[in-house]
Design a protein around this ligand. Structure first.
Ligand code: SF4
Length: 325
């Protein structure tokens, strides 16, 4: 068995909350609070959960687009959070991101060719004619035309812009891509085209994806393994088939019960969660989900459940599955 491409260990990202005229730090928002997981070569690992659960912050912290508060990220065994200089430049080339909103991800004053060409120049890959050839090559590979090199972002449709964003990530020949809600800003009619493109590129270039999404229907199609986040923590990690067949965490069960079923003969009971997600600045004691859990027990209000594996390798943080001793 090969080694993981990415190893995330106890990753934390806490944002300070400042109050008063002196802007004193009075609290912290624990957006990412102790995540540990691996991603294998060529795998798509999906992070799912409601908005605000810390999925996007996790992706950005792994790529060092925002600084980590603690923990470790290893990319092919190399320490990402501690890398500097040439080593960091090499890591940045291999680890790319596709953002959710293709409208704000592109500079409106630069042609697509100039924007992607600049990235190639900064990384010392190509300039001049060589850069033009490389940019046209990745545009075509992403379903665009060579003449799009000279176009500005406003001249593209939403789907085409996301293709440009993907081409920009692909230009540096990366191995690992964080796809942060890559289709949620697009019309439903073109979402599947972008999903097909991401899958096609993964097959062609043996890419590894961290796929961030709130859409469990898309994740079912796209992922190999699924990690469910709640209030900055992973509450369940499982192989996709096992996760959709038998989710173990009550939060995952509620999320999956909300997916529409196409067959009217299949009756599915929707689990409606009560209340809102608590503030990550003031998370509940014990199990972070206990304020909304339909199966809450006394122990859940005081003892934090650890993310532990079942014999089949299905990880879950719940006292129902792993009763405290
Ligand atoms: Fe629900 Fe308790 Fe399990 Fe938390 S530990 S998910 S509150 S049953």
């Amino acid at each position: 068995m090969s080694d993981p491409v990415l190893q995330v260990r106890d990753l934390k990202k806490h944002f300070p909350v400042r109050t008063g005229v002196l802007s004193r730090v009075t609290n912290h928002v624990k957006a990412v609070d102790g995540l540990t997981f691996d991603i294998m070569p060529g795998e798509t690992f999906a992070l799912v959960g409601e908005s605000g659960c810390g999925k996007s912050t996790t992706g950005r912290t792994i790529l060092r687009l925002t600084g980590a508060t603690g923990g470790q990220v290893l990319y092919n065994g190399e320490d990402v959070l501690g890398a500097a200089g040439e080593r960091m430049r090499k890591l940045r080339k291999e680890m790319q991101i596709v953002f959710q909103d293709p409208y704000s991800a592109l500079n409106p004053r630069m042609t697509v060719g100039a924007a992607i060409g600049e990235i190639l120049r900064v990384h010392g890959i190509a300039t001049g004619t060589g850069a033009r050839e490389r940019v046209e090559e990745v545009l075509v590979r992403c379903g665009l035309e060579p003449y799009h090199f000279d176009r500005y972002p406003h001249e593209f449709s939403g789907g085409q812009r996301q293709r440009v964003v993907i081409a920009r990530a692909l230009a540096l020949d990366p191995r690992f891509i964080v796809a942060d809600e890559p289709i949620s800003a697009l019309d439903v009619s073109i979402q599947s085209q972008i999903i097909n493109l991401l899958e096609d590129l993964q097959d062609s270039f043996n890419l590894t994806y961290l796929f961030i999404s709130h859409d469990l229907g898309v994740v079912r199609h796209m992922a190999d393994r699924v990690g469910v986040m709640y209030l900055g923590k992973l509450v369940e990690v499982a192989d996709k088939r096992e996760f959709y067949r038998e989710p173990l965490h009550p939060y995952s069960q509620a999320l999956l019960s909300a997916i529409p079923v196409s067959d009217p003969a299949v009756k599915k009971k929707r689990i409606i969660l009560k209340g809102d997600v608590p503030s990550p600045a003031n998370p509940p004691a014990g199990c972070p989900f206990h304020t909304r859990c339909p199966k809450v027990m006394d122990v859940c209000r005081s003892v934090v459940p650890e993310l532990k594996s079942t014999p089949s390798g299905h990880q879950v943080a719940c006292h129902l599955i792993h009763p405290p001793r």
